[in-house]
Design a protein around this ligand. Structure first.
Ligand code: NAP
Length: 277
């Protein structure tokens, strides 16, 4: 397949590029090649590349930054998706796009299903939901993959923070599913090659709080001189509110493909080993 990845230098985009270029003809573009908020730029790149599939991994992902930069956030995360969907639909190109657990408000206590009602509680989540709606409105062949708590090669981690601070304070009242970006790319490859479409929730298996995640990272990296203290979200006073519970049910992915993602602890240990922390 001929695949165009937008945002191929980001955390997920760079892993997608590495995973897919072995099997397919892959082109990558990022912010220095085009601004997805520009309709002309999207038209230009997509018509000149003529791919079978466009994967959009480009996004404005600074969750706190979105609160102060609402316009920019919507122009990339919502209008950008509309531009890509419109340019692809004209040419019969499939769109693969990513969204987030932050489209949910976190009031549930059991894993969110694909069809659960979205009710984002921060600007980032609102912009990602608007992007989802544009995609569903303007594309007749799309894969919309919601994931959560991504970490990977090109991201900053608690290990980096622990190298600077000897005591970390981490919230224990937000529960989700940490997801290794490389694992997500394997699931994406499966869905693209299997010609699936529609909405899928994909994360590593199991769930934990950020506090439990941090403790596991420190342990797995063999760091012994750092303590992790649990705190409540209210104490952090960050600009964007986060849902208290945003675990996504991956049942649809499992029943559709017959494959399950690894447990988050196994994926994390693998990541730490690969990064040689
Ligand atoms: N990270 C998570 O925890 C998480 C969780 C759930 C879902 N997701 C979703 O997964 C996708 C990938 O996230 P990620 O964490 O890999 O993001 P990322 O590391 O921030 O990568 C995004 C890439 O897009 C580029 N970009 C930003 N604005 C652009 C624009 N207007 N036009 C073209 N390129 C632009 C960025 O360039 P700059 O770096 O120069 O801005 C960056 O290279 C996003 O849709 C995100 O919403 C992420």
């Amino acid at each position: 397949m001929k695949i165009l990845i937008l945002g191929h230098k980001g955390m997920l985009g760079s892993d997608l590029f590495l995973r897919l270029f072995v099997f397919h003809e892959v082109t990558g573009k990022d912010i220095e090649d085009l601004d997805i908020a520009s309709e002309e730029a999207c038209e230009g790149i997509i018509s000149e590349t003529e791919p079978d599939v466009v994967i959009n991994a480009a996004a404005y992902t600074d969750v706190d930054g979105c609160e102060a930069n609402r316009e920019k956030c919507f122009s990339v995360n919502a209008e950008g998706v509309k531009n890509i969907a419109l340019a692809c639909e004209k040419r019969g190109i499939k769109v693969v796009h990513f969204s987030t657990d932050y489209v949910f408000d976190g009031r549930k206590s059991t894993p969110y299903l694909e069809e659960d009602v979205c009710n984002p509680i921060n600007v980032y989540g609102q912009s990602k939901l608007a992007g989802e709606q544009y995609l569903q409105q303007y594309s007749s062949d799309f894969l919309l993959i919601r994931s959560a708590w991504l970490y990977g090669k090109n991201g900053k981690t608690i290990v980096d923070k622990a190298k600077i601070n000897k005591q970390l304070e981490v919230v224990d009242d937000q529960v989700g599913a940490p997801t290794f970006s490389w694992d997500l790319t394997g699931a994406v490859q499966l869905l693209i090659e299997g010609k699936y479409n529609g909405i899928y929730h994909i994360t590593n298996r199991g769930n934990c709080s950020w506090y439990e995640f941090a403790r596991r990272i420190i342990k797995s990296a063999g760091i012994n001189d750092v303590t992790v203290k649990p705190i409540k979200s209210d104490l952090l006073a960050r600009p964007a509110k986060r849902p208290h519970y945003s675990v996504l049910s991956c049942r649809k992915f499992i029943t559709s493909t017959g494959k399950a993602m690894r447990y988050w602890q196994v994926a994390l240990d693998d990541y730490i080993r690969k990064m040689e922390y």
